[in-house]
Design a protein around this ligand. Structure first.
Ligand SMILES: N[C@H](CSc1cc(C[C@H](N)C(=O)O)cc(O)c1O)C(=O)O
Ligand SMILES: [Zn+2]
Ligand SMILES: [Zn+2]
Length: 307
């Protein structure tokens, strides 16, 4: 299985359009040793031709243009996207579906709560369900029954185990403060040909016991790297919410993602969905040095992982 990171930043990207925090300002001034990043999304494939897109970020157009296999030009209108799987209904993870309307119908796999949010609060599915967009997206249900797993017909040799996890439904959702199972999922993907395995959870607020066996089994763990510290946005005076309030486990501190990743045997431990305020974006920061000491990588746009 090939994993391609299309976007590695949290909502707003890096640098964020309206932000002049030390990272965003430093990047613009050319004084920060960092790479720009678009909003988080990855795609995976077992054959290099049929790709499963995880989330559709607002930056999807540029992201598709940056990776040639996603525009194979085999016919007048074409895409390498065989299907889309949504991890949640967050604006920065789903709004890119609107940019794909010319390619409908396309299969979009999502849980019932995500389908509800994207049919009511942020009604992408009904909006595009019209003749102009060929009826819009074809929603395929995802049951977060990890043990069972499922395969996507157009994507050979990949078995996907979806599991409920604790993060946050989007701010517009009625589930925001009344969570239901399936608001957010993580996935364990197994390549049935190579045996390679990936655990992917760009939004992860708490590592509950039912996730641990899957994380321990994965060759690559690609997980939530939004904030270095829980109060990062408050301390930098760019926000009022804690990371934990937004459904993201910070890297540092007791019980943080560094501690979670440390005992895992995965040969690749990678953080993704990095907020623009996060000091790990600065490749010369002590925080980045700590990650390196721990064998933890920071995803960047264009990163490829072979499993
Ligand atoms: N998903 C979010 C939590 S992550 C996230 C964070 C921001 C903050 C923004 N980058 C900034 O620095 O001001 C904007 C977003 O769009 C995000 O998705 C939630 O549910 O609260
Ligand atoms: Zn996000
Ligand atoms: Zn910033």
């Amino acid at each position: 299985m090939k994993v391609r990171v299309l976007g590695a930043a949290a909502g707003g990207g890096f640098p964020q359009w309206n932000c002049n925090c030390r990272n965003c300002r430093g990047f613009r001034e050319g004084t920060l040793n960092a790479k720009a990043r678009t909003q988080s999304s990855i795609c995976i494939s077992s054959d290099g031709e049929n790709w499963l897109l995880f989330n559709a970020s607002p930056d999807i157009r540029a992201q598709l243009a940056s990776f040639e296999p996603l525009q194979p030009a085999r016919k007048l209108r074409d895409t390498g996207i065989a299907a889309i799987l949504l991890m949640d209904a967050q604006i920065d993870h789903a709004s890119g579906l609107l940019m794909l309307r010319e390619g409908c119908p396309l299969d979009v796999y999502c849980t019932d709560p995500v389908f509800e949010d994207l049919s009511q609060g942020f009604p992408i599915f009904p909006m595009l369900n019209c003749p102009t967009w060929n009826g819009g997206f074809a929603r395929q249900p995802v049951s977060p029954d990890a043990e069972a797993g499922f395969e996507i017909p157009s994507i050979r040799n990949l078995r996907i185990h979806a599991m409920v996890l604790s993060s946050k439904a989007p701010p517009y959702s009625p589930h925001r403060d009344n969570p239901v199972p399936g608001d957010n999922i993580g996935v364990f993907v197994e390549d049935l040909a190579t045996g390679g395995t990936l655990f992917y959870a760009p939004g992860l607020g708490e590592v509950e016991p039912h996730l641990e066996p899957w994380m321990k089994r994965a060759d690559c763990v690609l997980v939530d790297g939004t904030l270095w510290s829980d109060d990062e946005m408050i301390r930098q005076e760019v926000g009022v919410q804690l990371g934990s309030t937004m459904g993201h486990l910070p890297q540092s501190g007791p019980g943080g993602m560094i501690e979670v990743l440390q005992p895992l045997q995965a040969r690749r431990k990678v953080l993704i969905h990095i907020n623009n305020t996060n000091p790990i974006l600065n490749e010369d920061s002590p925080e980045r040095a700590e990650l390196t000491r721990q064998g933890i990588e920071v995803a960047w746009d264009g990163m490829e992982i072979d499993l």
